[in-house]
Design a protein around this ligand. Structure first.
Ligand SMILES: Cc1cc2nc3c(=O)[nH]c(=O)nc-3n(C[C@H](O)[C@H](O)[C@H](O)COP(=O)(O)O)c2cc1C
Length: 468
């Protein structure tokens, strides 16, 4: 019988070049060219590793996020590295921290994604993670030959099949089959090589993958679904699940719901970690910390505030609505439902104007105060089982990451909540996640024809279905 290991606090960091706050790039201590400065990213990654973070994570949208230049020209959103490329570079200057990149299942092919993440896992010695998203931004469609964004349910059906194929490809070589035996001249044992031979609703992939099994078996799967469909998907596949929450009650409900769904899929609590987003504004006094937040909020331009609400709330044109007036009602859209619900709910609950909603949205998940205040929040959410860890979003960089590592991390260690040094070398090891055993192995010929089409969502991989 397997017993669960004791729960341990885990921490990830969102790495945005110029910081998580929409006006972070304007902060006097943010380097203006930080978005594309490798040395700046290296400094942040090494700071986080000094703070023994489990992982750093890079969000991504495969488009310029928005079309309103009045607003866009005032943000750093249109200028950022492709995540896997950046993480490959960071893998060479870090040793332990996990490296998590976002990649969409809506506008990629499984073979490309399996190959790239397997490569990152090998390059980094088992530190890769994949944040599986279905694309939150409809504008991405125009970059991939589509007039409209794939509809929400269809995106998740595609994602389901996508993940299934990627996993099969990662298992192309059985563990131990790549022997690279110079004496005998045998690089790998062909008996350990399996094609994926997948034929499904969205993909036909023969395989096998042209790289041996990743050190972690599978890079760790991150997910952030929040709709009913999204949470089901996260509960089946996510090993770390991000969530943006505005209240303790909401976060508690999400945590319980997700763990219950995961259990229904036969997964134990420790195999699915829930990480709410937390944005810390830390200083030695509460007053000073509040001043840090206000300083950034004052840098949010009117055009940016209006668009922040409009782009996240759904298909609604806010042009002409007074910024200091109420948020209008809207119907259902094809946008991210959870984000829309979150915003509308906030506006109604707190009777917010458009500007106030924008500024609240810019600070969702913020905790403002001394290192002890921030540590109290982390400790209480962790102990009350509202969070297994946190996805920390630093408002501006590198300053707020350095403040957190120098002031909050020691406090967490002092309380016995967080590791003082790394004990493991892989991301799975840090997170206490099991290494997937891989598909049961059945030898087969590469030249065999593909299997016939399979059921739409849970399309099969032949080796998984048994022998041939
Ligand atoms: C912390 C966090 C990070 C996210 N990062 C991305 C991202 O990089 N790219 C993306 O398209 N969506 C991202 N999302 C959106 C989610 O993948 C998801 O689409 C969203 O939470 C809505 O849930 P739903 O898809 O179930 O409607 C993120 C969400 C959260 C909470």
């Amino acid at each position: 019988m397997t017993t669960e290991k004791p729960r341990r606090l885990t921490l990830g960091a969102l790495l945005h070049g110029s910081g998580g706050h929409i006006a972070g790039w304007r902060h006097p201590l943010s380097p203006p060219d930080g978005q594309l400065d490798l040395a700046h990213h290296v400094r942040i990654a090494q700071t986080l590793e000094r703070g023994t973070f489990d992982a750093l994570f890079i969000a991504d949208v495969v488009a310029i996020w928005g079309h309103d230049l009045d607003s866009l020209k005032r943000t750093a959103r249109a200028d950022h590295f492709e995540p896997l490329t950046l993480l490959a570079a960071l893998s060479t200057v870090t040793e332990r921290i996990g490296l998590v990149a976002t990649a969409t299942t809506t506008y990629n092919e499984p073979f490309h994604i399996a190959r790239k993440f397997a490569s990152l896992d090998h390059l980094s010695g088992g530190r890769a993670g994949w944040n599986v998203v279905t694309s939150v931004v409809p504008l991405e469609a125009g970059n991939f030959g589509r007039d409209t964004h794939l509809e929400h349910t269809s995106r998740y059906r595609r994602a389901e099949e996508f993940v299934h194929v990627v996993r099969a490809l990662w298992d192309s070589f059985a563990d131990g089959s790549v022997t690279r035996d110079q004496a005998s001249g045998l690089y790998y044992d062909p008996a350990g090589l399996r094609p994926a031979r997948h034929a499904g609703e969205h993909f036909t992939v023969r395989g096998p993958l042209n790289i041996s099994r990743p050190p972690q078996g599978n890079p760790v799967l991150f997910q952030a679904g929040s709709s009913e469909t999204g949470k089901d998907f996260a509960a089946r596949h996510g090993e770390v699940v991000f969530t943006a929450q505005t209240s303790l009650e909401g976060a508690q409900a999400f945590y319980t719901d997700l763990k219950t769904r995961a259990a229904a899929h036969g997964r134990r609590g420790g195999e699915v970690l829930v990480w709410p987003v937390l944005t810390p504004y830390v200083a030695s006094t509460e007053r000073e910390a509040r001043a840090r937040l206000d300083e950034l909020q004052d840098l949010v331009h009117d055009d940016v505030a209006r668009r922040l609400v409009q782009d996240n709330i759904g298909d609604l044109d806010l042009t002409g609505y007074p910024l200091d007036g109420p948020v209008p009602e809207i119907g259902a859209t094809n946008r991210s439902r959870s984000r829309q619900d979150l915003l509308l709910d906030l506006a109604r609950r707190e009777n917010l104007t458009i500007r106030q909603l924008a500024l609240r949205f810019a600070t969702v998940g913020s905790v403002v105060g001394t290192p002890a205040t921030v540590a109290d929040h982390i400790e209480s959410w962790f102990r009350r089982r509202v969070a297994d860890g946190f996805n920390i979003s630093f408002p501006y960089l590198p300053g707020s990451a350095e403040d957190f590592v120098d002031q909050v991390v020691p406090e967490l260690r002092r309380r016995g909540l967080f590791r003082a040094e790394y004990e493991e070398s892989t991301l799975r090891g840090h997170l206490g996640l099991p290494r997937p055993a891989g598909r049961p192995f059945t030898p087969s010929e590469l030249s065999e024809p593909s299997v016939s089409p399979v059921s739409p969502v849970s399309s099969r991989v032949d080796a998984e279905a048994g022998t041939r």
